[in-house]
Write a protein that binds this ligand. Sequence first.
Ligand code: PMP
Length: 369
Amino acid sequence: MSLLAKRAGRVDSSGIRRVFELARSMKDPINLSIGQPDFDVPDAVKAAAIGAIEQGQNSYTPTNGIIPLREQLIEDEKVFTGRDYSLDEMLITSGVSGGLFLSLLALVDDGDEVIIPDPYFVMYKHLVNLNGGKAVYLDTYDDGFSIDPDKLAALITPKTKILLLNSPGNPTGRVFNSDELRAIAAVCEKHNVFIITDEIYRAFAYKPMQSISEFTDNCLVLAGHSKSFGMTGWRLGYAVGPTEIIQAMATLQQYSFVCAPSVAQYAALACPQTDMTSKLSDYAVKRDLMFEALSGSFEVGSADGAFYLFVKAPEGYNGDSFVETAIENNVLIIPGSVFSERDSHFRVCYTVPNDKLLQGAEILCSLMR
Ligand code: PMP
C-alpha cells in the first residue's frame, strides 16, 4: 500500500513532464517555452537585497508581511484601481503561487465548484482538486478566449463558489476590457460567486488594462513581482481583498510558508524607484514581431498582454503532435493540452531575443503540411 495520501494522487504533472522529456534530446534549442522575462532584476533592487542581508534583515517578518511594503502595495493598488485598502486587507505572499495556494485552501470545501475559464494557468485545476473542490471548465475557444456572460451563468449551480480569473492571461495573452469585466462581475454578484483574479501579468499589458476589483467588492486580487521585475526566484507576491479572507489566509500562512522571504520583501521597497518602461515596451515589440511572423500561416488568438501567444495547430496536427514535430525541428513550445481540456493549440512564449524569435517562427511556419 502506498504511503502517499490520496490528496497527492489528485495532482499530476505528466503533460509538462512529457514535453521536457522530449526536449532533453534537443541541442541548443530555440526555446519558446520559458514563462519568465529575459531581463534580470533591476540593479537598485539587487542592491537593496544585498543591503537588507548585510543590515541583518534576515529573520522572520510578520506573517502578513512588513508594514512598509504593505503600505507601498496599497498605494500601488490605489493608483491602479482607485481602491483604497486597509492594512488588514493586504497580505504579502510567497509569489502569486503562494496566494493561489492559501486562498483556495481558505475558501474551497469538499465538493465546492470552482469555475475555471479554459484555457487556464496549469496550477489552477490542481490546486482546486488538491483541496477537494471540483474544477468546472468554461470553454472560451469559440469566444476568442473571452468570457461569454451567458455561458458563465449557465455553469453556475448551488455548489459554485469561485470564479478563477486571469487577465492578462497565461496561456492566451488575453486582456479583458472594461465591458467584459463589468459583465463578468455582474453575473458573479447576481449568483453570489466570489472572484479570485490573478493579475500577475498586469505590467505586461499592451492596451489599457483594468482590474475586475474596479467593478466589484466580491473579489480577491493576486498580483506580484515575479514577472514585472524579473524576480521569479525571489518568491514575492501579494493578496488584497476582504479582511475575513486575508486573515484566514494569514493564519494558514503562519502554519505553512510562515512569511514571504524577508530579503525579497525589503528589496521590493526599491521597486518603485526603478523604471521598467523600456523593458516592458521591448515586450510590446516582441509581441508584434511574433504575432506578425506567425499570423500569416497560423490562427493566432488576440494577445494584448503577458508574453504568450496561443496558436491553433495547423491542418493535419493536433496540439501534441505539432509540438512533437516542432521539437524534432529544434523549437521548444508547449502543447495547449497542458493548459486545457482541448488538444488543438500550442503556446509560444516570446521571452527570448528577437533574432531567436524570428528563427523559431520561420521553423514553425515551415512545418505546415
Ligand atoms: N499565475 C500565472 C497566470 C502564472 O503564469 C504564474 C507563473 N507562471 C503564476 C501565477 C505564478 O507566479 P509566481 O512566480 O508569482 O508564483
